[in-house]
Structures are given as C-alpha cells and as structure tokens.
Design a protein around this ligand. Sequence first.
Ligand SMILES: Nc1ncnc2c1ncn2[C@@H]1O[C@H](COP(=O)(O)OP(=O)(O)O)[C@@H](O)[C@H]1O
Ligand SMILES: NC(=O)OP(=O)(O)O
Length: 312
Amino acid sequence: MGERVVIALGGNAILQPGQEATYEIQLENVRKSAEVIARIINNGHTVVVTHGNGPQVGNILRQNEEAKHVVPAMPLDVCSAESQGFIGYMMEQSLRNELLKLNNQAPVAVTLTQTEVSADDPDFQDPSKPIGVFYSEEEANKLAEEKGWIVKEDAGRGYRRVVASPEPKSILGSKVIQQLSEAGTIIVAGGGGGVPVVKQADGTYKGIEAVIDKDRSGFKLAEEIKADTFMILTDVENVYVNYGKPDQKALTEISLEEAQGYVDEGQFSAGSMGPKMEAAMNFARTGGRAIICSLDKADLAMEGKSGTHIVG
Ligand SMILES: Nc1ncnc2c1ncn2[C@@H]1O[C@H](COP(=O)(O)OP(=O)(O)O)[C@@H](O)[C@H]1O
Ligand SMILES: NC(=O)OP(=O)(O)O
C-alpha cells in the first residue's frame, strides 16, 4: 500500500563539495534526485520533499554582503527564504518533468515554510551550522579576521563559515502540508530547514538570523504531518559502525536500543551522521519507519532492500 513519506535530501543532492555552484550544475543534480523520487512516487507513495540549503544560503549571503555598497544587504532569514525559492523552483520543475517521463500526472507544489525556533537557543552563542563554500584552514582564518566570520572545521572536509542553528520547535503551516499530502499532492516543504522565526510576546512572528538543520526540521515535519516513513538521503548506502576503519560494518536494520548504544560509543560524527541518526531515532520513537540511505538507492530502500532501517 502507498505510504506518506517525508524525504530529506542531503546537501550532496544539490551541490557536491568541490563542484562550482552554477545554476546548470545544481539543476542537473536536482534533476537526478528528482528522477529517483519520481520512481518512488510512481510506485504509489505520496512524497513530501525537504532539502538542505547550506551551500546556497552561504553563497546568497556572500553575494548580499559583497554587493552591499550597491544594493542593500538582506538579513540571513531573507537569504534563507531566497534559497528555498531557488531550490524549490528547481525541485518542482524537475519533479514534474521526471513524473511526466513516467506518464505520471501527480500534482506538485512548493510551500515556502517558516520554522519556529527559540531566541534563547544556545546555538546563538556558539554557532554550529556550516554554510557556503569550503576553505583551507589558512584561508578560513584570514576571512574570519577580515570579515568577522566565525569559521569551523566541517566533518573533516575543510573549513567553512558557521552560523547559528537553533533547534526547530514547530513547522508553521504543517496542517496545510498534511492536508495537501493526504490529498495526494507531492509537496516540497521546509527547504533549508525552513526560514527561522521566533514568536513574540504578542503572539506574532518575526524572522531571526540562523540556518536550521534540515534533518532536524525534517523529523519535525514528518512528525507533525503524521508521515508513515521518514527517509534521510545522503551519499553513503548505509550508516556504519567504525566508519572509515578497516573493520567498518554496515547497519541494515537496528533497534532503537542498539542505535542508542552506538550513539553512546560516539560512532556518528557531530557535523555529519550525528544529526541524521538523532533525527531518524526521534522519528522511530514516534512509531514511524525511519531510513537512512543513499540517494541512488532510495527507491530500493523504500521497499526495504537497501539502507539502514531504525525500528522502534
Ligand atoms: N558512522 C557513519 N556512517 C556513515 N557515514 C558517516 C558516519 N560518520 C560520518 N559519516 C559521514 O557522513 C556523511 C553524510 O553526512 P553529510 O555529508 O553531512 O550529509 P548530507 O550533506 O548528504 O546531508 C557521509 O558522507 C560520511 O562521510
Ligand atoms: N539547512 C541544511 O541543513 O542545509 P545542508 O543540508 O545543505 O547543510
């Protein structure tokens, strides 16, 4: 039977480290992702796609800062909204085109989503979210000094600028996303984690400068719209124990208890697999099906034939 599945697309699905961030390269990456997602839809599932924006929002922020003497610079929450629009445009068009190739007429829509966070979140004091391009340690330190950036090492892949990444508390408008999804519409939502907003004393919302982790917001979205499955797509086929060591072992199906044991052993790096495992385990705790798998084999993973499955 068809399931309602939230798919969180990793940064690699839009731009791989080292690739030039041209429109053409990003569109082709998105098209390839859409090809796999279209197969899942064509197998009878209703998909809500959510995606990262780290490279894109970093580049948009930089464009704003470099051109601020010509055009006023926009704050980071507005850059986040711009990145959602940009990636949502590529994703909607690519999904529709790939579905058409399969003679599938499923309706596709993008919702520009806001995500509530707390202004008191500790990440505002010690930012952790890498955005934009990668630098050598030397280049990164020079930029930090010149521009007042905070830079950190990103999961062994180089140095990047970091910004605050508060924990998502709720997805604004998730009811509408749920209704559309229950009616069979394919939705792109919560892109880049959603635009971060805070609730004010009078109940109104306003933007706050941060970038939310899309695996954490993807879990919130999957929970709030009561999805059957939450699937995190990345560039490795499985989650591994002793990852990168000669005795690394692929995990195929693990219980929450087993997963917690590996978390306690420190098996999952903070800047990469850690947040994915945290999000997948949180969803499994709600009784749903949680999968971490490679983008290329997402359709197989959906049928239980690939990836790491965490069961509650
Ligand atoms: N235990 C582990 N098992 C599998 N991959 C791991 C593990 N620990 C760290 N990783 C790394 O996590 C990466 C995926 O995280 P990340 O690059 O942040 O994903 P994405 O950009 O796709 O969201 C993999 O490419 C791998 O190098
Ligand atoms: N917002 C976010 O998590 O982006 P990346 O996945 O690109 O880091």
